[in-house]
Write a protein that binds this ligand. Structure first.
Ligand SMILES: CC(C)(COP(=O)(O)OP(=O)(O)OC[C@H]1O[C@@H](n2cnc3c(N)ncnc32)[C@H](O)[C@@H]1OP(=O)(O)O)[C@@H](O)C(=O)NCCC(=O)NCCS
Length: 191
């Protein structure tokens, strides 16, 4: 049996339907396991920081009554276009036990449909260049917050949800505060 749940949306909706601590804990475990020994602890901490922010969107998929996969979206702002509604996708993880069984696909498809429904203009991700293009993401020439650290341009991708938006975006970009540390944007160690 599988089900998908939107665990929580931005704070105004969350106040009516607060997230349970058990769900938060389950999401952190998913990311810790998904990203393994090398990165898991740090990425779980990042997810925890994001979940404490008012405008984070979290989308999870369940398997066997438990959260098996989760993806978070945090606001991403272009200095020249502050009115555009953009999000950054990170992190996206599926528990190793459930990888390769369609959970990632479910959370990506559910997320895109939800983000469209709330009027999102575009979503950005610095990630695996073979995974995200399956869901419409394409390499973008827009800036990351640390453009000089982007040594793998194919890993920086955008998904346009409102037609014609991405080409109009310009200027410096800012992610939420926990994500504004340069090491998150340095792709030189990735392969
Ligand atoms: C990447 C990840 C989220 C995919 O989730 P998943 O549940 O294993 O993926 P699914 O089974 O739903 O597969 C969906 C599609 O993506 C493909 N896919 C899965 N993992 C992939 C990867 N790492 N790279 C490229 N394609 C991948 C599958 O083959 C499948 O393709 P298909 O639809 O043509 O059959 C998951 O494997 C994971 O958590 N990995 C570790 C953390 C990570 O790398 N996160 C992304 C970082 S940017």
């Amino acid at each position: 049996m599988s089900s998908i749940k939107l665990v929580h949306a931005p704070m105004n909706q969350r106040q009516k339907n607060p997230m349970k601590q058990t769900d938060i804990d389950a999401i952190l475990v998913v990311h810790r396991l998904a990203f393994g020994e090398a990165e898991g602890a740090e990425i779980a901490q990042l997810a925890k920081d994001f979940l404490n922010l008012p405008n984070t969107i979290t989308i999870s998929a369940e398997r066997d009554g438990k959260i098996a996969g989760n993806v978070l979206f945090t606001p991403f702002v272009f200095k020249d276009c502050p009115d555009k509604k953009c999000y950054l996708l990170a992190p996206c993880g599926v528990s190793p036990k459930y990888q390769g069984r369609g959970v990632g696909k479910e959370i990506m498809e559910t997320s895109i449909s939800h983000l469209k429904s709330i009027g999102t203009d575009a979503v950005f991700v610095l990630g695996v260049p073979t995974f995200y293009p399956r869901y419409g993401f394409a390499q973008t020439d827009k800036q990351t917050p640390y453009p000089e650290l982007l040594t793998m341009p194919e890993a920086w991708m955008a998904l346009e949800l409102s037609p014609g938006t991405v080409e109009k975006l310009s200027g410096q970009t800012t992610a939420v505060s926990p994500f504004m540390q340069s090491h998150w944007w340095d792709t030189s160690g990735r392969g």
